[in-house]
Design a protein around this ligand. Structure first.
Ligand SMILES: [Zn+2]
Length: 354
């Protein structure tokens, strides 16, 4: 294996601009652990961190990458590890780091902690051969899973679970419109809808992604074209009622359609705005249709344990698995970023350490 290296954002630039540099992985302080990264997965957050976000000051220089999995290499003095883990064990990372002592953390809503921030966004992340993480952010890798699968799992499944189960409180039999069905979070949402007994309508950009959405349990798949036609299809499918829940993460390009597509009394839950954060909102539609709009960001770290527990119930036939689009060697992390930016992917883009 080559010398330890990491990718670094010294100044904001286009997708693919982080530079590779050698580094000496530091020793973990008490409470923290050093992981030898075996695989990391990209998220849109990697691109936001690289490109910069207007009005948000990020701590650069920084190593991007929120998702990762690897082996526990060293442990800070006096640090207890979560159940099932020890030095040398395989672990996956919960991407969100919080203070652990504030009221939000103590009630389990760590993602509402004032100090909450993701690896690769608030502190150095996983686009490196080694990463430091709090011991509390480690979980065991499910039996029979590869490192790329383990790395591709946490952020999108935690996000989709929080949105569907805890924010929108999706019930069996309800209609859920999932924008970007081929995205990382979309592929997680479709599988979780199937698991929850909800009826998903996936929206995808191209015909080639449609078949794959069927495999993930979508009951209908609509290929993006004219928005008016798409909305009319949604009305037909739902018997003119509209969907109970809209799973939003695209933002400006779809927001008005989301408000149109949702049924009276329905919920729109959103975790992102990849096409832009600003969109008009028709207040008359909001109150007359009695729509609930729910903002969501990440999810309780505890719920990653819940999800792993659900997977353990039937390891040979898991109810949901991360969908991997493509695996790059870590050396090609900038290329992986450009692949994500180009948008022609289905599922997660992953980098593996050789
Ligand atoms: Zn806290």
């Amino acid at each position: 294996m080559s010398n330890p290296f990491r990718f670094r954002i010294h100044e904001h630039g286009p997708a693919g601009s982080p530079v590779r540099e050698d580094f000496s992985p530091p020793e973990p302080r008490p409470g923290w652990v050093r992981l030898q990264v075996k695989a990391m997965a990209l998220n849109h957050l990697d691109l936001w961190t690289t490109q910069g976000i207007p009005g948000v000051k990020l701590p650069i220089p920084i190593t991007p990458g929120s998702d990762g999995a690897g082996t526990i290499e060293s442990v800070g003095e006096g640090t207890a590890l979560p159940p099932g883990l020890g030095v040398g064990a395989s672990a996956l990372i919960a991407p969100g780091v919080s203070c652990g002592v504030c009221p939000a953390c103590l009630r389990g809503d760590d993602m509402q902690c004032p100090a909450y921030g993701n690896l690769g966004h608030a502190r150095d992340g996983t686009a490196a051969t080694h990463v430091l993480v709090p011991a509390a952010n480690l979980l065991p890798v499910p039996a029979n899973w590869t490192y790329p699968q383990a790395a591709a799992f946490p952020l999108v499944f935690l996000t989709a679970w929080e949105m569907l189960v805890h924010k929108a409180r999706v019930r069996a039999g309800e209609w859920v419109l999932v924008w970007g069905g081929g995205s990382g979070v979309g592929t997680a949402a479709l599988q979780l809808c199937r698991f929850l007994g909800a009826r998903a309508i996936a929206v995808v950009g191209t015909e080639s992604k449609a078949m794959k959405c069927w495999d993930l349990g979508a009951e209908h798949v609509l290929v993006r074209g004219e928005m008016k036609e798409l909305l009319s299809r949604v009305r037909d499918i739902t018997g003119k009622r509209g969907v109970d829940v809209v799973f939003e993460h695209t933002g400006a390009a779809t927001w008005e359609a989301s408000v149109s597509a949702v049924a009276r009394g329905g919920r729109i839950v959103t975790c992102g705005a990849t096409t832009g954060p600003v969109s008009p909102l028709n207040l008359q539609a909001l109150f007359a249709k009695q729509i609930s709009i729910l903002g969501s960001y990440m999810g309780r770290r505890e719920h990653l344990w819940t999800l792993l527990g659900l997977l353990q119930r039937n390891p040979s036939n898991p109810p949901f698995v991360p969908v991997i689009d493509r695996i790059f060697p870590l050396e090609e992390y900038p290329e992986a970023q450009r692949h994500l930016k180009a948008g022609d992917f289905f599922g997660k883009v992953v980098c593996e350490v050789g």
